[in-house]
Design a protein around this ligand. Structure first.
Ligand code: PMP
Length: 429
C-alpha cells in the first residue's frame, strides 16, 4: 500500500512512522491496522474523531440520511443544515449569529478572511507567530509557522503578532501580566505603523500544529481593547479548541471571556466526527456584507449535517466537556509525573484533552525532533498513537488529543506506554 500511495499521491503528503500505518477500522478510542493490530488512539486523526470511533448514533444518522438524500446543494432548503446552524449560532456566544458551512477548516478560514477583508475593505491581516490556519492560497498567508507554508506568496498582507507562545520568544521571561502588557504594547506599536487599516486578527486560542501552546488567559481580551480602537475584527480559529476540548470552556475564546465573544469563529474537524464539516460563524452584518450567491455549494450537505447533529447531541448529553476536564486533568498529571526528571522533556503543558510534551536535546533549549520521532515510534510499538508538532522548523512537541470520551483506565494505560516511550528517548539521547 505504501508503494501504491507513493506512486499516485503527492510527494509532500507527510506520513507518520518509518513504516506508515494503514488503519482499517475503529471502535471507541481504539483503531486497528491492516495487520489486525489494535491501538489506543491518542490523536484521533488530528482531533478529527472527536467523540469516539464508529459512534453508533453518528453511524445511524449518516446511514439514515444517506438512504434518503445523498446530497442536494445550497440551492434548496436543508433541514439538518438549518438545525445545526441554529444550534451552533446559539452555542457560539456571538450575538445575531449567522453560520456558513464548509467542508474543512482551511475553507472555513478562507471564508472568514473573505468576509473580514470585504467588510473592512482591506487585505491587511494580523496573525500570530507560530500559528497554523491551513495551506490554501489565502490561509498560507496567515500561517505564521513557516515550516508549514509551502509558498511565501499570498493575496494578503500579513503582520505577525507576538503572544501565541508563552514559553519561548523575547517575552518568555516575563510573568503572565507583564507578558500580556508587553504583547499588547507590541501590537499597539505595530498598529500605529499599519497603513491602510487592518481587517482582522485571526488566532488559535491554543495553537494546535504549533505544539499545543497558549498565551496566559486574558491576552486576547487585552488585545481586543486595542483592536476595537481601530475597528479591527477578531476571528477565533476554534478548529482544534471547540466543542469542550479544552475542558474548562466550550470554546477556546472563553479563556479570554472578558473580551466577550469574537466577531467571528471558525470550526471544523471534530464536529463531523470524521465527516467533512467546517464552518464560520459571524455577526449578521459581517456575514451579510458579501454580494455573493454562495461561497461554495458543497458545505452543509445533508449527510454531513446529520452526522454533526448526532455528534453534537452526544457531546452535550454526555457532558464531554466535563469529561475532557476531569480525564484530561488526570492525564496531564500522570504525564507530568512520568516526565519528571527526564532531561529530554522541556515542558509538559495543556488544557483539557490537549496535552503537549516539548522535547529538547538534554541539557539545552534546542528542540529535538529526533527525540519526538523516537517517542512516536516507541509509542506505536507499545500500541498507542500520538501526534507531533511545534514550531522552530521542527516537530519536537508530542501532541496528545484523544477522543473526548476517553476513560480514566484508558488515560492510565496510554500514559504508562508513553512513560516507557519517553524513557527510551531519554536514554537514546
Ligand atoms: N485551523 C487549525 C487551528 C488547524 O489545526 C487546522 C488543521 N490542522 C486547520 C485550520 C485546517 O483545517 P483542515 O485541515 O480541515 O483544512
Amino acid at each position: 500500500m505504501h508503494a501504491r500511495h507513493r506512486a499516485v499521491l503527492p510527494g509532500w503528503l507527510a506520513l507518520y512512522y518509518d513504516e506508515p500505518l494503514e488503519l482499517t477500522h475503529g471502535e471507541g478510542r481504539h483503531v486497528w491496522d491492516a495487520r489486525g493490530r489494535r491501538y489506543l488512539d491518542f490523536f484521533g486523526g488530528i482531533l478529527t474523531t472527536m467523540t469516539a470511533h464508529a459512534l453508533p448514533e453518528v453511524t445511524k444518522a449518516v446511514a439514515e440520511q444517506a438512504g434518503r438524500v445523498l446530497h442536494t446543494s445550497t440551492l434548496y432548503l436543508n433541514r439538518p443544515m438549518v438545525e445545526l446552524a441554529e444550534r451552533i449560532a446559539a452555542l457560539s456566544g456571538i450575538p445575531d449569529a449567522r453560520v456558513f458551512f464548509t467542508t474543512s477548516g482551511t475553507e472555513a478560514n478562507d471564508a472568514a478572511l473573505l468576509l473580514a477583508t470585504t467588510y473592512r475593505r482591506s487585505n491587511q491581516v494580523l496573525a500570530m507567530r507560530n500559528s497554523y490556519h491551513g495551506r490554501s492560497f489565502s490561509t498560507v498567508g496567515i500561517t505564521g509557522n513557516r515550516t508549514w507554508s509551502p509558498t511565501s506568496l499570498s493575496p494578503l498582507q500579513t503582520l505577525y503578532v507576538h503572544g501565541g507562545v508563552r514559553t519561548r520568544g523575547p517575552f518568555a521571561h516575563l510573568d503572565d501580566d507583564a507578558f500580556i502588557r508587553a504583547c499588547v504594547a507590541d501590537l499597539a506599536d505595530m498598529l500605529g505603523q499599519a497603513r491602510p487599516e487592518v481587517a482582522a486578527l485571526i488566532a488559535e486560542p491554543v495553537q494546535g500544529v504549533g505544539g499545543f501552546t497558549s498565551p496566559p488567559d486574558g491576552l486576547y481580551a487585552a488585545f481586543r481593547e486595542v483592536l476595537r480602537q481601530h475597528g479591527i475584527l477578531w476571528i477565533s480559529d476554534e478548529v482544534q479548541t471547540g466543542w469542550g476540548r479544552t475542558g474548562d470552556h466550550f470554546w477556546g475564546w472563553q479563556a479570554h471571556g472578558a473580551a466577550g465573544p469574537p466577531d467571528m469563529l471558525t470550526f471544523a474537524k471534530g464536529i463531523g466526527n470524521g465527516m467533512s464539516v467546517g464552518g464560520v460563524v459571524a455577526r449578521a452584518e459581517i456575514m451579510n456584507c458579501l454580494d455573493a450567491n454562495s461561497i461554495s455549494t458543497f458545505g452543509g450537505s445533508p449527510v454531513t449535517m446529520a452526522a454533526a447533529n448526532a455528534n453534537l447531541n452526544h457531546v452535550l448529553e454526555h457532558d464531554l466537556q466535563g469529561n475532557a476536564r476531569r480525564v484530561g486533568g488526570l492525564l496531564l498529571e500522570r504525564l507530568r509525573a512520568a516526565c519528571a526528571g527526564l532531561g529530554v522533556v522541556r515542558e509538559v503543558r495543556g488544557r483539557g484533552l490537549m496535552a503537549g510534551i516539548e522535547l529538547v536535546v538534554p541539557g539545552t533549549e534546542e528542540p529535538s525532533p529526533e527525540a519526538a520521532s523516537i517517542v512516536l515510534e516507541a509509542a506505536r510499538e507499545g500500541g498507542v498513537l500520538i501526534g507531533k508538532g511545534g514550531g522552530h522548523a521542527t516537530s519536537s512537541v508530542l501532541r496528545i488529543a484523544p477522543p473526548l470520551t476517553l476513560t480514566v483506565a484508558e488515560a492510565e494505560e496510554g500514559a504508562a506506554v508513553l512513560e516507557s516511550a519517553l524513557r527510551a528517548a531519554d536514554s537514546a539521547m
